[in-house]
Write a protein that binds this ligand. Structure first.
Ligand code: 4AZ
Length: 412
């Protein structure tokens, strides 16, 4: 056997060394330069928009429309700037009346690495934002003399968002498997999700709609409506949870009846014994207005700790699955649910099966994000013929149909 010539040996060694250095360098980059989330709180006045009381409500068409316009301007400005890679997104959190128009409060989110110089960034963010707001096509007039901006660390920034619904803040900047056919949820991805537990055992999902009210399915309380035997837990893991509350009251829809195979009026609201404290892991979802429409094929997510297959056990880590709204006429076809889908229900999933909610997911949320990335509660996991079967998609309580009932019981 002939030995490798020395120059070849040297070349191979060099290649190996370079390769190892690259791998170690990349690992160090991703592990040590852990990007930190940083928030800015900005405020300014718009002088050519008339304030209307509808701006008080974050889920109104008026608030959403103006906020979407402002956020688009801001995002465009940062995407075209040198901070493009650091900018995550922005949220208008408040629109209030002003003598000369509308006062806007907005939160901006960034990823900075630990060795970035924060002081120099404040000036850059200020300049880019101010310019972006002024160089728009003129349909929003911002008074630059009213412009203010301050920076803060993640925890304080998150608190600014506490009064907002449907916002989630993911830790990993690298974001883009049953429930049945789903995958494990990232921490903080579905902060409105709660677990309802009877005598300490997970029974159902539920959704936070304020700091002290949950919505869930009426059938969760079949046989046991005594609030003192129930508790709610929060966070993506059941054991150990991020928070836990006893229940003060359980209000099941008056027209729900406990008979088997009845799925009408499958909705209940639950009041916590004491309010939860909002954080990155615990937040409320937005409720849609009564006349909101979520058309067929709308992409939604269903989340829960339910079984991975029909009749299976619950799981400890929250899971998520993407499902699509199915037209009620299609869902009522003979080979699907043959007329059983009433106006208070909405089907979501796939006619080919495979991905679905299952036992233990009941009462939990079916949500969709609007164009601003704000999440709305579309449905409540209610029933289905087993799980993930062909032509048997999940059936959900339609939240818009019960919007007034929820308001009457909770004031939300
Ligand atoms: C249940 O038994 C259940 N595939 C929940 C959801 C679905 C089926 C059954 C939907 O709680």
């Amino acid at each position: 056997m002939k030995l490798l010539e020395p120059w070849k040996l040297a070349l191979i060694s060099l290649a190996v060394v370079v390769f190892l250095a690259l791998v170690i360098g990349l690992l160090a980059y991703f592990l040590l330069m852990d990007p930190e989330m940083y928030f800015y709180n900005g405020s300014f006045k718009i002088t050519n928009v008339q304030y209307t009381p509808d701006f008080d409500k974050q889920t109104s068409k008026e608030f959403r429309g103006l906020s979407a316009n402002i956020e688009t301007l801001v995002t465009r400005a940062f995407r075209a700037s040198s901070l493009n890679k650091k900018y995550i997104r922005s949220h208008v959190i408040k629109l209030s009346p002003d003598a000369r128009g509308v006062a806007v409060e907005i939160v901006l989110m960034f990823h900075f690495s630990s060795n970035d110089n924060m002081a120099s960034y404040l000036e850059r963010v200020r300049n880019i934002l101010l310019q972006g707001l002024q160089t728009n096509t003129g349909y929003l007039q911002v008074d630059p003399s009213t412009f203010e901006l301050s920076g803060m660390k993640k925890e304080n920034g998150q608190n600014l968002l506490n009064n907002c619904c449907g916002i989630r803040i993911l830790n990993s900047p690298f974001y883009s498997d049953r429930i049945t056919g789903g995958r494990t949820a990232q921490e903080g991805a579905w902060p409105w999700q709660a677990s309802l537990q009877l005598s300490g055992i997970h029974r159902c999902g539920a959704t936070l709609i304020s700091d002290s009210w949950l919505v869930t399915a009426a059938h969760c309380f079949r046989g046991q409506r005594n609030p003192s035997l129930w508790a709610a837990s929060f966070g993506t893991v059941i054991r150990p949870p991020k928070g836990r509350r006893n229940l003060r009251s359980i209000i099941v829809h008056e027209q729900y009846t406990d008979t088997l195979r009845n799925h009408e009026y499958d909705i209940a609201v639950v009041q916590l014994a004491s309010p939860v404290e909002f954080s990155g892991d615990i937040r409320k979802v937005c409720l849609p207005e009564e006349f909101s429409v979520f058309p067929p094929n709308t992409s939604c997510f269903v989340t829960g700790w339910g079984a991975l297959q029909d009749d299976g056990p619950s799981v400890n880590n929250l899971r998520q699955a993407e499902v699509k709204i199915i037209d009620t006429d299609i869902c009522n076809r003979a080979e699907v649910y043959s007329g059983f889908i009433s106006p208070g229900m909405v089907c979501a999933g796939y006619l080919e099966g495979k991905i679905d909610a299952c036992q233990g997911d009941s009462g939990g949320p079916l949500v969709t994000a609007d164009s601003r990335g704000i999440w709305y509660l579309v449905g409540i996991v209610s029933w289905g013929d087993e799980c993930a079967k062909r032509n048997k998609p999940g059936v959900y309580t339609r939240v818009t149909y019960y919007r007034n009932w929820i308001a009457a019981k909770t004031g939300i």
